[in-house]
Design a protein. Sequence first.
Length: 103
Amino acid sequence: MMRMQAHGIADGGSVKHRNRHGGTPLLVAAVVAILGVLGMLIVDHGPWNKPNVQPAASANYSTTGEAARAAGAKVIPTEPKAPIEPDPPGPKPAHPANPSTPQ
C-alpha cells in the first residue's frame, strides 16, 4: 500500500534544511529600485540643473497683457458668459399652478 506524506518537517527535515529559492529576484528588484532613485536624484538635483531666478525688478513687463502685446498678440476682453439656464416660462416652482381655494 502506498502512503503519501507531506514533505518538510514531518519527514524529519528541519526548517534550516529547506531549499528556498526566491531571494535573487527580490535582491535584483531592490538594486534596480535603488539605482533608479539615485539616478533621478542625480538628474534632478545635479550641478547643471540650477534654477535661474530673476528678481521682480529685472522683469521687462509687469503684467501678462503687456508681455503679450510686446510679443505681437492682440489682447481683447473675453465675452460675458451666458447664464447657465434661462428662467423657465410660467409660474415659479414654489407657487402651485392651480392654487386651491380654502373651503
